[in-house]
Write a protein of this length. Structure first.
Lengths: 133, 104, 130
């Protein structure tokens, strides 16, 4: 039976390597036929912020990779509302990540789902394995 | 099915413990290890938050004894209700709780 | 219980490696099984054989090697994280045209799939990091 794997992202990208290297785990995980979801809370909401441009900081922009996750069958990205609000952000500040639903004529659907803190807590409780970075 | 939340950074340095307590559900356990143990001292700024978690939210809170000792925190300074465990107790907590989640 | 342990930080810089080691020992002494220890991020630096820490303190890299030998543990170092940080075994060094390798006894380099597979096979997955 497939296990539910959650990738817990709570840190801003670029200041540390965790955002980049957790994404690398997710890409490998896609091949294993388990139920995968990504959770973005606290500073982690910045990992899928629109308009990332680390060029002047001398770093590589790896955020386009999030757009490719749909092709790997990773379609559940939970973003915590309270975490956005605390940081002065709204849903509009996030990348519009979509996937094509092969069960619905390849209709484009959003991968990002905004959830409340209480809903996030429930989602976390349902996981079999949580990787934190 | 209860979750064991593991927090290792000091609550005065990082928001991990507060975020953890904001997501822990009734019946869950929170184990403080490494620098997080300094959060269990009676009279600290976060003691009320820990009390609310234990009393109102039914979350059990544990602290790793070796980490308290390392930082010179004596048993009598630990907030009432917080249970001190050793590494064997840490292992037992992972057995007793079906899920584990680290808040780094 | 069958455990997968993930170590995300290097030796000495953070307590993660110490805590993971102490947890592993306690679990093994209680008769539990450690299915795999997976070293990621700076955790790969736990696998160097070139460290010479002061003798009056714990020698983390050596302690991991010794624990692995005593209990037959599978210590896996992530290849992607290792390449980034310069942790090499002989074959990888040769492949990359490098003049030296530095991996310690008891560790071996492999892919992230080993972490996922281990978590699928284990009852509990524990992450030690920063």
């Amino acid at each position: 039976m497939a296990k539910k794997f959650m990738y817990l992202n709570r840190k801003s990208p670029y200041g540390t390597v965790y955002a980049l290297e957790s994404l690398e785990v997710v890409l490998i995980a896609a091949a294993f036929d388990q139920e995968v979801s990504l959770a973005f809370l606290d500073d982690g909401v910045y990992q899928i912020a629109k308009g990332q441009n680390p060029k002047a900081a001398g770093m590589k922009n790896f955020s386009p990779t999030y757009n490719a996750l749909g092709d790997y069958g990773i379609t559940k990205m939970y973003v915590e509302r309270e975490s956005l609000a605390e940081r002065g952000l709204t849903e509009d500040d996030l990348m519009p990540i979509v996937y094509e639903d092969e069960d619905d004529d390849y209709a484009e659907k959003p991968s990002v789902q905004l959830v409340s803190r209480a809903e996030m807590a429930q989602i976390m409780a349902e996981q079999d394995v949580t990787f934190s970075f | 099915m209860a979750m064991l939340h593991i927090v290792n950074k000091s609550p005065f340095e990082r928001n991990a413990l507060m975020s953890c307590l904001g997501h822990a559900l009734a019946g869950d356990a929170v184990l403080l290890i490494e620098d997080a143990v300094i959060g269990v001292v009676t009279g600290s700024r976060i003691a009320p938050e820990l009390q609310i978690a234990m009393n109102d939210k039914s979350v059990s809170i544990y602290a790793l004894g070796p980490d308290l000792a390392a930082r010179g925190v004596k048993a009598e300074r630990v907030l009432d209700g917080i249970q001190v465990v050793d590494y064997a107790g840490f292992v037992d907590l992972t057995v007793a709780n079906e899920k584990t989640q680290s808040w780094l | 219980m069958k455990y997968t342990i993930m170590v995300n930080e290097g030796p000495y810089q953070h307590q993660s490696s110490d805590t993971a080691l102490q947890f592993a020992r306690a679990a093994l002494e209680k008769g539990h099984e450690i299915f795999r220890v997976f070293f990621y991020h700076d955790g790969v630096n736990n696998g160097t054989r070139l460290a010479v820490p002061p003798k009056d303190d714990r020698m983390l890299q050596k302690e991991w090697s010794e624990l692995a030998e005593k209990y037959g543990l599978d210590l896996v170092i992530c290849i992607a994280a290792a390449q980034r940080r310069g942790l090499m075994d002989a074959s990888e060094a040769k492949r990359q045209g490098l003049t030296a390798d530095n991996i310690a006894a008891g560790f071996h380099i492999s892919g992230l799939g080993q972490l996922i597979e281990a978590s699928i096979e284990s009852d509990r997955t524990l992450v030690f990091g920063d």
